[in-house]
Design a protein around this ligand. Structure first.
Ligand code: ADE
Length: 252
């Protein structure tokens, strides 16, 4: 996958794209990340990337032309790359966007090229969206000062889903949200930490009891923290029985 980030703050990505899963994906040659500085595509000597909003109001608006030129250079880059070819999909980070989910991440991970345009200031000149054929994307119901952290979140979520990046053992299949249940708690050595003990069942060696315990605790967490994930969802018989028991235990 080729991933381009269009940003006013290229420095934000220094280091961040050289760590963890993103570094592994890049080292394996499965991911190529390019950070494109929008300021390089301005046409005045001040490098102006923003301007006052028409109709007034607080904050500055990102100008269309430097972004369009930056995107043109990405398009040329994409066409030149033999492996990537075709038109990359363009995303724009904004709190007004469609919520980013694991399902959307799985879909995007199939793409050969993705461009993420990081929003800043009060927003981006609206005409950029149709001109780029862009999709607006939000990583949550809170406001960041810029779209750069959102671009990193999207990149990280996609990198681990690119086929071949994760080993079989850590395969993303069983993640929370692949199946819409939160994960059960996990523990590692030692058995006792300041008087807090690992649940006995996990030390029992009884694989079936452990499996049922993990399932029960995953359901319990989901029921406690994210009941919305269970609402209107048809559960298999075993899950329904476990959930009924949990509800009885929890008295609600
Ligand atoms: N820019 C500012 N806030 C954002 C959010 N929640 N998601 C995506 N981009 C943003």
């Amino acid at each position: 996958m080729r991933f381009w980030i269009l940003t006013l703050n290229p420095g934000f990505f220094r280091g961040a794209t050289d760590e963890g899963m993103i570094r592994i994906a890049r080292q394996k040659g499965l991911l190529d990340v390019s950070v494109v500085a929008i300021r390089d595509f301005t046409d005045d000597r001040y490098g102006t990337t923003d301007d006052y909003p028409y109709g007034g109001g607080a904050g500055m608006v990102m100008k269309a032309e430097p972004i369009l030129r930056a995107n043109e250079s990405v398009r040329r880059d994409a066409e030149a790359g033999t492996a990537a070819g075709g038109r990359p999909r363009v995303l724009v980070t904004t709190p007004q966007g469609r919520p980013f989910t694991q399902a959307w991440a799985r879909e995007l991970a199939q793409e050969r090229g993705i461009v993420v345009l990081c929003g800043r200031y009060k927003g981006i000149d609206e005409r950029v969206i149709p001109l780029l054929g862009a999709e607006e994307i939000s990583i949550g119901d809170y406001v960041l000062s810029g779209g750069e952290p959102a671009a990193m979140v999207i990149l990280d979520a996609l990198a681990r889903l690119i086929p071949g990046v994760l080993g079989d053992a850590e395969s993303a299949e069983a993640d929370s949200f692949s199946e819409p249940l939160l994960d059960a708690p996990v523990y590692t050595r030692p058995e006792d930490v300041s008087g807090q003990r690992v649940p006995e069942v996990l030390l029992s060696g009884d694989h079936e009891r452990i499996r049922v315990w993990k399932r029960r605790e995953a359901l319990r967490r989901t029921w406690r923290r994210r009941p919305d994930l269970l609402l209107g969802r048809a559960l298999c018989k075993e899950d329904q029985k476990l959930l009924d028991e949990i509800k009885k235990e929890e008295g609600r």
